[in-house]
Design a binder for this molecule. Sequence first.
Ligand SMILES: [Zn+2]
Length: 226
Amino acid sequence: MKNITLSFDNGPDPEVTPQVLDILATHGIKATFFVVGDKLRDPARYELSRRAKVEGHWIGNHTFNHLVPLGLSRHRAASAFEIGRTQELLGDLAGDRKLFRPFGGGGHINNALLDGEAVEQLREGRFTCVLWNVVPRDWEIPGEWPDEAMRLCAKEDWPLVVLHDLTTGAMDQLESFIIEAKASSMNFMQEFPEDCLPIIDGEVRGSISHIVSASAPKHAREEPHV
Ligand SMILES: [Zn+2]
């Protein structure tokens, strides 16, 4: 028996998020939804995240614009906005633990994920930063991702899988993946494996230099006084 944790990024989506919630409820699985702040401004989408929370899922912050990995942002204070504005929009959808997942630009774990500002924001706000260890690229291979996920899960002691509640058609395969994983003696957990959490409640655990960009000059600096 080994643990497996599911996470759903980039929603909420009016078509797909309800489908995912129904499947998770059928199978008694609790997961985490890392939502895009800009989408929460739509009341109908916000209600979907509320439904997810009411049904026992955790709702995390997945940046506001979800356009550029924070470590590549060229704008000063971009990270503060991306994280802070989304957290404001989440309001009480966020639980006791404030969960944040950086935009990975295709699921890559590298030093584009965060910048120094983002780390400060996560420390001061006492966030828990949630990475991942299985990205079956459901958005690229919507019909075949369960096979890829099973292959990748076999390599991890405790897989933390990134999926997307988006209209790619990939979530039509979610139920068959769950059935296959259960048949392979995997135990669905809501908690995350600790080695996917480089920051817990604002505390940086070990070195995080591999996920933080070197400080680069950013635009919109204050002009020097003349
Ligand atoms: Zn994403």
